[in-house]
Structure formats: structure tokens, C-alpha cells
Ligand binder design. Sequence first.
Ligand SMILES: C[S@@+](CC[C@H](N)C(=O)[O-])C[C@H]1O[C@@H](n2cnc3c(N)ncnc32)[C@H](O)[C@@H]1O
Length: 295
Amino acid sequence: MENIIKPNIIINNDCLETLKELPDESINCCVTSPPYYGLRDYGVDNQVGREETPEKYIERLVEIFAELYRVLKNDGTLWLNIGDSYCGTGSKGNCTDPKNPMGRNGQKVSLTHNVAGCKHKDLIGIPWLLAFALRYDGWYLRSNIIWHKGNAMPENVKDRPTRSYEHIFLFAKSKKYYYDALSIAEPAADKKRKRKNGFSGLRNCRDMWTINTVPYKGEHFAAFPLLLAQRCILAGCPEGGIVIDPFFGSGTTGLAAVKNGRNYIGIEIKPENCQLAKERIGGNGIEIVQNITIL
Ligand SMILES: C[S@@+](CC[C@H](N)C(=O)[O-])C[C@H]1O[C@@H](n2cnc3c(N)ncnc32)[C@H](O)[C@@H]1O
């Protein structure tokens, strides 16, 4: 008998533990944004992003996404939003900043201040380290979408440009996979090309997406914009399918799924965030559970 998961639930647990409970080939698509390396402290045990070194962080994510690989249908895709970190950002060494004793993001001492092979001020290159590690692990690396933030936050730097983008890597489990190009096609600039590609007035979506960040009042974590999650879901998950987000946060992926006729499974380690996500997606009808339910 085929295992069917009960969707539209939030699971309050460690994502690796939960993914291990899910049946093989049961999910259509994953849209997610793991905590960035060494940036924030979410104040919960076993959280991702607080590993001692970037290598350990990447190893851990590779293990989590290997479990996701098993759980995805063979034509499934993973849309992975990831940003970079600088070596030595945050507080300096063991001296805490007297103005922010818990650090700007709730961390006393920056984890990025000692990274093998990097000098202070070097960009670590986390997104590509992770992309190559996942490709090596068997994923098809299909696209590096640049999420350009039209309203990027100013940075207090005068010796490099201000950062204004993050990566969204599109990975596939197989060579051929579900991808609805038309659902995210763009208006065509040139009329001749319009007719040729059969999209009638549209052209294939480009790999740079300009989408503004949306401030989220609830907590001090980085939620990605609804529009961003929506684009990934439209292209990566058929209507009525299931989208999973193992780092659910405030539940943007779930909200985008529901708004677009898809189902979702959210995994989130922090109970307060599960509650936030529940309220954001629709309140009372949504269950927060500790374990997956197989029907
Ligand atoms: C960058 S935030 C995700 C934000 C989300 N995309 C949104 O739009 O709200 C990362 C989330 O991963 C959660 N997290 C960290 N470690 C985890 C783990 N081991 N298992 C499940 N969730 C985890 C954090 O609590 C945080 O809410």
C-alpha cells in the first residue's frame, strides 16, 4: 500500500529527524531557506547555522538534503535560497560589543571569525561551497537564480559594494523533472521572439529576479518574500501537489502554497516560530504536531 502523508501541517521538530520519518518519493517540491552560517542565534538546541566551521555547516546541510532527496518524487526539485557570510563579521574575537552584549543578532561571539583558508574580511563563498557539495552528492545543479533585492539594506561599508542579492539554486533529483516554464514566463521584449518560442507574448523566465524584501514584524529573522516562494512553487510543484519547507520559519512557503492551490508540510525547530507560521497561514484549522502522520 502506498504511504500517503497528511499535508498542511506544521511539524515542530528537528528537520533531519522529521525527514527520516517521511516515506520515499512522497513530496513534489522543496522551497527553503536554511539559517545562514554564523549569522543568527535562534536560541534553540540543535539549530542549523551554529556549527563550529563552514565545513561542518555544509556537511550537515548535505545530510539533511540527502534525506530530502529520498523523500522527493523522482521528478521533484529543490529551490534553495542561501546567502553568504564574511570571515570575521559580527563581534571581534572574544570581545563582545559593549553596546550589543548579545551581538546584533543575539550572538555573543561571531562564529565566522576563524575560518580555515580565509583571512578576516574575506567572503567565505558559502553558497557555492554548498552547491558543489550537493552536486557531488548526486543532485543536478540546474540554475543559479540571483534574487536581486530592489530595496537592499544599506551596509556600513566604504571599501566594497553593498550586498544586494542572494542565491536561489534550483536542484533536480533527476535529469528530467517537473518544471512549468509557462507559469513563470515573463513579458517578451521583442515581438519576433514572442512568436517563435510559442509563449505568445511571453519569454522564458530569466535567472535574475528582482523582488523587494518585505519586513516581517513578528520576529527578527529573515523571512523570504511571498512572491519569491510563489514563483518557485508555481514552476516546481503541480497544482494539488505537496511542497515541503524543512526550515519553515514564519511559514512563507506554506502561505504561498495555500494561496496557489498546493499543499505544504512545514518543519520548524522553534515552537514560537511554528505558532507564528500557524497564525500567518490561517490560524485555528492548522495543526502543529511533533511527528508526521501517515494516512
Ligand atoms: C532563515 S529562517 C527561514 C525563514 C522562512 N523562509 C520564512 O520565510 O519565514 C530559518 C529557520 O530555520 C529554523 N531552524 C534552524 N535549525 C533547524 C532545524 N535543525 N530543524 C528545523 N528548523 C530549523 C530556524 O528556527 C528558523 O526559523
